[in-house]
Design a protein around this ligand. Structure first.
Ligand code: ATP
Ligand code: MG
Length: 163
């Protein structure tokens, strides 16, 4: 389905905001992509955004400040979701997209999870012809950047077996 990604993101953040405000945090949105219509699977793409926000809350360090930005780059759309949470060290950050991987020091005993969220996120983004990267600093925060190409969007729609 051809979706306006800025609108889709706003939907998710609006539903999520109450949860963040209950722990004194906030979500800051800067949805500046002018061209943000892409063929995506609505349910899965919503889950992707939800998963990244969920992690930002789970791995927080005090009150979370979550920044969600979009902008256009080359022939695509960039979505950045960053937090001021516990961060991930260099040795672990390489593995976070693997199924069942959880950072052993990442408050793993207190925070529930299967280590599947990011493996799912990566799979869905790649099925949409996109990429996802992560940058993180211990005790400072983590930033995920998603790139989705706008061109040939109908082409890779064919790969979405679940839509
Ligand atoms: P779930 O399957 O419920 O999502 P999970 O959150 O443990 O479980 P992932 O979302 O795949 O699994 O994340 C993998 C690991 O990466 C987490 O266990 C955590 O250690 C680390 N991680 C993910 N997001 C962040 C973040 N925003 N800040 C710090 N660490 C993170
Ligand atoms: Mg998760």
């Amino acid at each position: 389905k051809l979706m306006d990604i800025n609108e889709l993101i706003s939907h998710v953040t609006n539903n999520f905001r109450i949860k963040v405000e209950n722990i004194e945090g906030r979500i800051v949105e800067k949805l500046e992509a002018r061209n943000s219509s892409v063929y995506v699977d609505e349910v899965h793409f919503t889950n992707v955004i939800y998963n990244l926000l969920d992690n930002a809350v789970k791995y927080r360090n005090g009150a979370p400040i979550i920044r969600v930005k979009t902008w256009n780059r080359a022939n695509g759309l960039v979505i950045a979701i960053s937090d001021n949470g516990i961060g991930i060290s260099k040795e672990h950050v390489k593995k976070i997209f693997e199924k069942f991987y959880r950072v052993p020091t990442g408050n793993v005993h207190n925070v529930k999870g299967f280590g599947l969220g990011l493996a799912y996120v990566k799979k869905i983004i790649e099925d949409h012809g996109g990429t996802i990267t992560v940058e993180s600093e211990m005790n400072a925060g983590t930033k995920f950047e998603i790139f989705i190409p706008l061109k040939n969007s109908k082409e890779w729609k064919k790969n979405l077996k679940y839509s």
